[in-house]
Ligand binder design. Structure first.
Ligand code: NAI
Length: 468
């Protein structure tokens, strides 16, 4: 085994949004930093097979769907709309490639060493890196685990990436499947289900729970479900998948419906999107006695230090929502704390966005969560249909909900289904970070006509002086 003559101040394991941002920030703070990555490109799941390629396909497929059905009302008549799937996929690949090389450039610029291979912890300060037959031993004063997560699997639905695929497979179908069954009505299922439905697949979504979108506020999730159904997604809740059989490349899926009756479905493709699990396979954390919680996540303290001194962890491998922006914020906070900067991440103000059409976004607690913990709250809603800009852009189907503390007027949560919800939510995130109130939102001048006026309207409504 060769030994890297260099010894580092910090060795980051994983070059996803948590790892690459942490490595760059650490180098900027003067640490001699290296980052280990086993894949051939930097960027992790988010850039290579997650957030970025899915958003590229969501955008392209929406253009296609609009050209087919959405332009007549504007007086724009289009004929002979054709789909060039190969070109759509190659646009996606170009975007991914550009962003991945962007990180490589930033590594060079900030003098972060990229070590290629799979890392295995030998001790708190020593990591073995395997790249094919090559093995290398690297020493570092501090280690930061940022190995992310991988799709959960179901024994009844073995992934073959041909007929039964995970999110990675569903980003690269070569043709539009006539029928697609999506298992799991979470963010991935609804985003990728939307992509293929817009491109012409008959999409059926099977969700085990009574509602879609996991922990998203129930009222907002119900609105989203109604809108997505109108777009042709056949969403079936309380559906428990039992088995799948492959016959001549077609999947025959059996599930139990809400009335416990056995149902069958056929599809050319099945996407399994039932959540993700922390990825520490082969990393040696268990062997070193690093404490994991009941969901196999690495337990960390307020400095992101694991139970082993000088070994830290951030992102999807630790507790909290599995979101790229949360991971990135933790990566920065962790290395800044190493450098003596009092950085922290407020898990109470992490926005979520599902990039369906319209988008679903929110921040803070849902009404369900407030009710469950017996927290008194005031609530208001504002509909997009009353907003001038929403009318002008033909995006009136949507609603925004504000939740506030009745005593202090502090914002407890905001949940939106509506056009550009993912951008609108940023205003409420900032307000919450500053400990803002609903009155602050209402008295802030919002441009007219803009969708952001829906926030102002909900703020006024909460105080009983909305315009409607
Ligand atoms: P998810 O946790 O969002 O949703 C999984 C869904 O599958 C849940 O509704 C669950 O009830 C359902 N489910 C579980 N087992 C099932 C079964 N046997 N049969 C039917 N339904 C079943 O997970 P998802 O969509 O796979 O996403 C994984 C992670 O990636 C999430 O943490 C998500 O936040 C993140 N992500 C975020 C995106 C964004 O921010 N826009 C985009 C894509 C993923």
């Amino acid at each position: 085994m060769s030994q890297d003559s260099a010894s580092y101040d910090l060795l980051v394991i994983g070059a996803g949004p948590a790892g690459y941002v942490a490595a760059i920030r650490a180098a900027q703070l003067g640490m001699k930093t290296a980052c280990v990555e086993k894949e051939v490109t930097l960027g992790g799941t988010c850039l290579n097979v997650g957030c970025i390629p899915s958003k590229a396909l969501l955008e392209s497929s929406e253009h296609y769907a609009r050209a087919l059905h959405g332009l007549e009302a504007h007086g724009v008549m289009v004929s002979e709309v054709k789909l060039d799937l190969e070109r759509m996929m190659s646009r996606k690949a170009t975007i991914v490639k550009q962003l991945c090389s962007g990180i490589e450039f930033l590594f060079k610029k900030n003098k972060v060493t990229w070590l290629r291979g799979s890392a295995r912890l030998r001790s708190a300060g020593e990591v073995e890196i395997r790249n094919g037959e090559e093995r290398q031993l690297v020493r570092a004063s501090k280690l930061l685990i940022a190995t992310g997560s991988v799709p959960q699997t179901l024994a009844a639905l073995p992934i073959d990436q041909e007929t039964i695929v995970d999110s990675t497979g569903a980003l690269s179908f070569e043709t539009v499947p006539p029928r697609l069954v999506v298992v799991g009505a979470g963010v991935i299922g609804l985003e990728l289900g939307s992509v293929w439905a817009r491109l012409g697949s008959k999409v059926t979504v099977l969700e085990a729970m009574p509602k879609i979108l996991g922990n998203v506020d129930s009222e907002i999730a119900r609105h989203a479900q109604r809108i997505l159904k109108k777009q042709g997604l056949d969403i079936r809740t309380q559906a428990k998948v039992e088995s799948v059989e492959l016959r001549d490349g077609v999947a025959l899926l059996a599930y139990q419906d809400a009335k416990s009756l056995r149902q069958e479905l056929e599809a050319e493709k099945v996407l399994v999107a039932i959540g993700r699990r922390p990825y520490v396979d082969g990393l040696g954390v268990k062997e070193l006695g690093i404490t994991l919680d009941e969901r196999a996540r690495i337990v960390v303290d307020s400095n992101y230090q694991t139970s082993l001194p000088n070994v830290f962890a951030v992102g999807d491998v630790i507790a909290g929502p599995m979101l790229a922006h949360k991971a990135e914020a933790e990566g920065v906070a962790c290395v800044e704390r190493m450098a003596g900067i009092a950085a922290s991440v407020n898990l109470g103000a992490i926005p979520y966005v599902a990039y369906t059409s319209p988008e679903v976004a929110g921040v803070g607690e849902s009404e369900d969560e407030l009710q469950a913990r017996g927290q008194p709250f005031r609530k208001s809603t504002a509909a997009f249909v009353a907003n001038g800009r929403a009318k002008a852009i033909a995006a009136t189907d949507g609603v925004l909900k504000l939740l506030a503390d009745p005593e202090s007027d502090r914002i407890l949560g905001c949940h939106i289904v509506g056009a550009h919800a993912g951008d609108l939510i940023a205003e409420v995130v900032v307000a919450m970070e500053f400990g803002g109130t609903v009155e602050d939102l209402g008295r802030t001048c919002h441009a007219h006509p803009s969708l952001s006026e829906v926030i102002k309207e909900a703020a006024h409504a909460l105080h009983g002086h909305g315009l409607s």
